[in-house]
Design a protein around this ligand. Structure first.
Ligand code: NOJ
Length: 513
């Protein structure tokens, strides 16, 4: 049996508001469809669409008011069907973003639940008695400076919201709620989506009695601490539901716990999440020893339980990695080699293939309660003032240097970072070692990390120089440079010497070193 598609895939995250417009200030599903050429040319296997469902947009779509409809800002269900069909025709799978921990406070379920203590949907959310000046426990909210609780005057109880007050937490201990949510999953799987990215998985189950967080972590958002046994049966039920559909549908969970050992538990015994995001590497600095440790943790925690890793450097919640790593193009290119050659499924975030930095967003244009506007800037498709959007002034300012750093201009330049991403994707597709091979870290001098990937006689070696000084990794065996982050020496015999900020993908000339 060949491994499932999501093990060898490269997934590309599309943030619909900012990917591509169709004449308005906000991106649309039709806009995405019109730009599928770019994704096909780049060579991605799947896209993950951040939420496009009906929403009041308090958290830009992560506050869902109807899980089974498209917000008119982005288009219609028919537009979605067309996008799905067109992507599938091109061999691109489609994952959608599912937000099961909370709804919008405008969702009809919450409106009904809030109406009275006797509402049949009351228990679909988490309510607690108390006095209006004393929240039920010490849990801190996310994106708010205060508790994860809001007092509801009408019914005289508190409701829980691990995120904004406009995002009340659902109660997964209620079987009717579970049934309704399974209905949502079925709705989309029957429509033909290939899987789900599942939002804040670690929050789904709540510890009975909702005990206080320990004093030493008070103030840390509870969403980043909630990690309890109650979540795992919820995931096992979901997994059975996914597995009952034909065609390898999958769930990749956002497990926002900054410990790979904790994340590993969400794979269960191969009966929970298919994949889980592991964010400690995203939070690592651009430093060889930090990265070596992160890679060692993944090997130590995931290999023994046969869990397939994921790798992600950027997304819509964090500063873009180019900006985090100091803004250098050479580093952004080296990071591409790193991300696309490790063992596991890489997730690209729209625009990283252009080497985008975060946009500079002046205070009067900031809109996100979590301060994440910079990485959500619209994608510049052309060098024209409207950058291919049909409007000069979209919902957020353009990223820096868009008159030259845009899809058209970078595509016309063989030496651009965009072409580097494409070469790396092609190299992955052509190599069993890169797609599924083992990974062994090699001894290297300070400042560099190198690893070998092997599958069935196919061998690749990757070496990344994290510093601005040349380094010699002491290569043994015969290797040829397949991809270099700066394009230098490709097709030539490798010497083991890395120039400053250089990252190399090498192909083994014989089946043994
Ligand atoms: C994680 C999502 O990635 C983020 O954008 C959102 O604000 C929170 N979950 C809450 O849904």
């Amino acid at each position: 049996m060949s491994p499932p598609w999501w093990k060898s895939a490269v997934v590309y995250q599309v943030y619909p508001r900012s990917f591509a417009g169709s004449g308005g200030a906000i991106g649309t599903l039709d806009g995405i469809r019109a730009r599928l050429d770019h994704l096909e040319w780049l060579g991605v296997d799947a896209i993950w669409l951040s939420p496009f469902f009906r929403s009041p947009m308090a958290d830009f779509g992560y506050d869902v008011a109807d899980y089974c409809d498209v917000d008119p800002l982005f288009g219609t269900l028919d537009d979605f069907d067309r996008l799905l069909a067109d992507a599938h025709r091109r061999g691109i799978r489609v994952l959608i973003d599912w937000v099961p921990n909370h709804t919008s406070d405008q969702h009809p379920w919450f409106v009904e639940a809030r109406a009275s203590r006797d509402s049949p949907k009351r228990d679909w959310y988490v309510w607690r008695d108390g006095s209006p000046d004393q929240p039920p426990n010490n849990w801190a909210g996310t994106f708010v400076d205060g508790p994860a609780w809001t007092w509801d005057d009408v019914t005289g109880q508190w409701y829980l919201h691990c995120f904004l007050p406009q995002q009340p937490d659902l109660n997964w201990a209620n079987p009717e709620l579970v049934g309704a949510m399974h209905g949502v999953v079925r709705f989309w799987l029957e429509r033909g989506v290939d899987g789900f990215r599942v939002d804040v998985v670690q929050c789904l189950g709540k510890q009975p009695g909702l005990p206080d967080d320990p004093p030493e972590v008070v103030g840390i958002p509870h969403s980043a601490l909630n990690d309890c046994a109650e979540t795992h049966p919820i995931l096992r039920d979901l997994r059975r539901l996914f597995d009952s559909f034909p065609g390898e549908r999958m769930m990749v969970g956002e497990v926002y716990l900054l410990s790979t050992a904790r994340v590993a538990k969400y794979y269960g015994a191969g009966d929970e999440l298919h994949l889980a995001f592991n964010f400690p590497p995203l939070h690592a600095p651009w430093d060889a020893s930090a990265w070596r440790r992160r890679i060692e943790r993944v090997i130590a925690e995931l290999e023994p339980i046969d869990a397939w890793p994921t790798w992600v450097l950027s997304n819509h919640d964090n500063r873009r990695h180019r900006s985090r790593y100091g803004g250098s193009e050479a580093r952004a290119r080296a990071a591409a080699v790193l991300l696309l050659t490790l063992r596991g499924t890489p997730f690209l975030y729209q625009g990283e293939e252009l080497g985008l930095d975060d946009a500079i967003v002046p205070p009067d244009r900031r809109v996100d309660p979590g301060g994440r506007d910079g990485c959500r800037a619209p994608i510049p498709w052309t060098g024209a003032p409207d950058h291919g959007w049909g409007v000069d002034d979209p919902w957020l300012p353009w990223p820096p240097d868009s008159s030259s750093r845009n899809v058209d201009d970078l595509r016309a330049d063989d030496g651009s970072i965009l072409h580097l991403y494409r070469r790396l994707l092609r190299a992955r597709h052509e190599s069993a070692a890169l797609q599924s091979g083992s990974l062994r870290l090699l001894p290297t001098p300070d400042g560099a990390v190198a690893w070998e990937r092997v599958a069935d006689g196919d061998r690749r070696l990757v070496a990344v120089n994290f510093t601005d000084a040349a380094v010699d990794i002491g290569l043994t065996g015969e290797w040829v440079v397949e991809v270099a982050n700066d394009g230098r020496g490709e097709g030539e015999r490798a010497t083991g010497r890395l120039a400053p900020d250089q990252a190399l993908l090498l192909r083994g000339l014989s089946s043994r070193a």
